[in-house]
Design a protein around this ligand. Sequence first.
Ligand code: URA
Length: 185
Amino acid sequence: MNDRQALLDAIAADIRDHVPCGFEICERATRLVPGEGAAEARVVLVGEAPGAGEDRSGRPFVGPAGKLLDQLLEAAGLRREDVFITNVVKARPPGNRDPRADEVAHHLPWLEAQLDVVRPRVIVPLGRHALARFAPELKISEAHGRAVEQDGRTLFPMYHPAAALHAQRLRETLFDDARALGEML
Ligand code: URA
């Protein structure tokens, strides 16, 4: 195992073992979901927070949105094992509500630590909540599907796959954007 993989594993262990911390979002979760993928990934995809399936399995994007994400990766010429997939918040918010600002702040150091280790060429924030962590002034409806330089990082914002599950036009936009990501890489 290389050093970067060992560092990522140590961050994952820290996330999995970190309760009790006094935060409801962490203490009510079945499992915290650190994220997974290649330590040398050129692309890191960042969702918002785990849902029910992720909370049960401890793995990111395993539900219907995850299936669509796999198809989008394929359209971009990527496989799951080529990328690193994680979330801003590593625990499922009770009832799938939006994470609160203090919860995001509680979890953000883990995402930053993961990004410091992987040092990807491109970060793909999925949806407006993830985009808000990286570029609060950008709107997903305007920024999706193209590269944006922000704080020394290259972002390639995309809509959240869950938003496209029942919206055919958004689905087409997501596939266009995934192909554009593939061309950029
Ligand atoms: N939605 C997310 O934002 N993240 C997941 O891991 C699953 C669904």
